[in-house]
Design a protein around this ligand. Structure first.
Ligand SMILES: Cc1ncc(COP(=O)(O)O)c(C=O)c1O
Length: 413
């Protein structure tokens, strides 16, 4: 069990940047030493390509690489590790689905359903596909609290949105702006009760790092996420999908490693997962990714969520107590409905000015539309400031944010 009290010691960045207040884990997380050490181990000790060599270094790299596939598979309770595909990031996993699945099953007049709170990575690929094919792109709205609209009106509204023509329902588990944790299991089961043939895709980029996910229990057909948001290296994304559907999909990219046999007149492809993994992957990064999962497991996913919820609750109360009406926090009012993400507006100050003044004090937050322009348009703001928490954040970080915002007020008033 890793103790969250002195967890900062496990992250070398805090030695290099003393006083760092990192509140941008929604964009990317910091990396513990064991992950950095594992990347170093690969590059220092056995940096061969995978699946190609029959010499020991290549065999070691291949075994380490495939071990990660097994660790990821167990972590999300997949049926088997063939259902785990490595991509570059969650964005690539979603584009792979829009291309390899979407272009196979979507016909003119079909419907693709998503929500207004999506990250562009789970919005634009489907919008473009619908436009190309002549399908209908439907968007579920949010209520004033930042919950998906149908939640309060029971499933009647979902029944109006999901029809027999709906082929794909794709939505985020946790909003990267509002922090809303959507009731994914209930949504999928309602959608599938209306149309059993629907394919449910979950953008779990902000969920897998923070809460326990069991893909069998969730009822989804696909989920996507990124290593770099869960203490792992950049350059590694995951696509989990039901093997039966994966086998029927088109390959995504063609070339090295994904082929079975190539003749001048035809090519055959490998089975899943390798059919979707063309070219040399991010080997050292995939190898090190398993260390981040083991690290998270040692803390316990339930402890992680509880820590983040407590901190978020504390932060929201501190911000409102200190700044009252001057601060407007977006997203669900009830802490049960949200994760460790707080997006806000502060007086009439520009979010970029706020972020800059905080940055000058060593406080890292994000300002902008956070790759969710349709949501910001819906909220009637161009940009917000976003502070997000992970396992290495504590109440001291929140107090520094509050102090930082007091300075912002003094400077910009
Ligand atoms: C909800 C959500 N989906 C998708 C992505 C895209 O992730 P990546 O940049 O790793 O592809 C992000 C990144 O912030 C996100 O928050």
């Amino acid at each position: 069990m890793i103790n969250l009290k002195d967890i900062k010691n496990q992250f070398p960045i805090f030695k290099h940047q003393p006083g760092l207040v990192y509140l941008d884990s929604t964009a990317t997380s910091l990396k513990p030493k064991i992950v950095i050490d594992k990347i170093n181990e690969y590059y220092s000790e056995y940096s061969a390509n995978v699946f190609r060599g029959i010499y020991p270094m290549s065999e070691k790299a291949t075994a380490e690489f495939e071990e990660t596939r097994g660790v990821v598979s167990k972590f999300i309770n997949a049926n088997n590790s063939r259902e785990i595909i490595f991509t570059r990031n969650a964005t690539e996993s979603l584009n792979l689905l829009a291309y390899s699945l979407g272009r196979k099953i979507i016909n003119p007049g079909d419907e693709i359903v998503t929500t207004i709170m999506e990250h562009h990575s789970n919005f634009v690929p489907w919008q473009v596909l619908a436009e190309e094919v002549g399908a209908t792109f439907k968007i579920i709205d949010i209520d004033e609290d930042g919950n998906l609209e149908f939640k309060i009106q029971n499933s009647e509204l979902l029944k109006q949105i999901i029809t027999k023509k709906t082929k794909i329902l794709t939505l985020t588990y946790v909003s990267n702006v509002l922090g809303t944790i959507n009731p994914i299991k209930e949504i999928i089961s309602t959608a599938k009760s209306i149309n059993p043939n629907i394919i449910a895709i979950i953008d779990a980029a902000q969920a897998v790092p923070h809460l326990k996910i069991d893909v069998q229990e969730l009822g989804a057909d696909f989920i996507v996420f990124s290593s770099h948001k869960m203490l792992g290296p950049t350059g590694v994304g995951v696509l989990w999908g039901k093997e039966k559907i994966l086998k029927d999909m088109y390959p995504f990219m063609y070339g090295g490693d994904m082929i079975d046999e190539v003749y001048v007149d035809r090519t055959t492809f490998k089975d899943v997962p390798h059919k979707f993994e063309a070219g040399t992957p991010a080997i050292g990064e995939v190898i090190a990714f398993k260390e981040s999962i083991k690290f998270l497991e040692k803390i316990g996913m339930n402890n992680i969520l509880e820590h983040e919820k407590k901190l978020t609750d504390f932060a929201i109360n501190r911000l409102i107590d200190t700044f009252g009406q001057s601060i407007k926090i977006y997203g669900p009012k009830k802490i049960e409905d949200r994760g460790g993400i707080i997006s806000f507006s502060f007086d009439k100050f520009h979010p970029h000015d706020i972020a800059q003044i905080l940055a000058d004090q060593g406080i890292c937050v994000r300002a902008g539309h956070h790759c969710a322009m349709p949501l910001h348009t819906r909220l009637k703001v161009q940009a917000t400031v976003r502070a997000s928490f992970y396992i290495y954040n504590d109440e001291k970080d929140v107090e520094k944010l509050v102090e930082g915002l007091k300075k912002v007020k003094n400077i910009l008033k």
